[in-house]
Design a binder for this molecule. Sequence first.
Ligand SMILES: [Zn+2]
Ligand SMILES: [Zn+2]
Length: 207
Amino acid sequence: MKIERYGGRGYESNCYLIVDDEETQALVLDPAIDFHTVFRQRGKSVPPVAAILLSHAHFDHMLEVDDWREKTGAPLAVHAADAPALGDGEKNVYRLFTGHDGGTAPAERLLAEGDVVRVGSEALTVLHTPGHTPGCICLYTPGILLSGDTLFAGDIGRADLPGGRASVLMDSLHRLGKLPPETKVYPGHGPMTTIEREKKYNLYIGD
Ligand SMILES: [Zn+2]
Ligand SMILES: [Zn+2]
């Protein structure tokens, strides 16, 4: 499985293209930048997109979700607990950060803990990791964790936005800390890291 990172617009959210080794299919996680820009930066075509995934329904991770829906026709998938935020400018914090409402139409697929998301013959498992928002997820396959706004290199997500809760976030981080140390971590903002590095240097995820 290949994980390609594309820098977001303005708010520096990472958009990931997840492609199976044979490049038969792709998933887009957090479409903060538009389909055409990803295509251009990639320098070759994007394999058929099986699904558009959101690590959580915050506006900076879904800036171009409508563009991806239109260009690929792929279903949008979000954890059920964040589904109400998709079209709600207060809950998805569009209003807080931009002063106006924004969002997208309801998702075609609601995700839950333990769900499997397929890409070609490979798959990722949904880990429900609430705290930054009620419906935050991480995507995991041995060796790879896409951590959204739950865990960053040297930092963690905010718990002070609507629906956030610090104690719940700590439980989610504790859970991530139990993953194998060599697991590569691809966060919603900033550079990649590993579980081992975060357990050593990140105050919030140590034992
Ligand atoms: Zn967020
Ligand atoms: Zn974010």
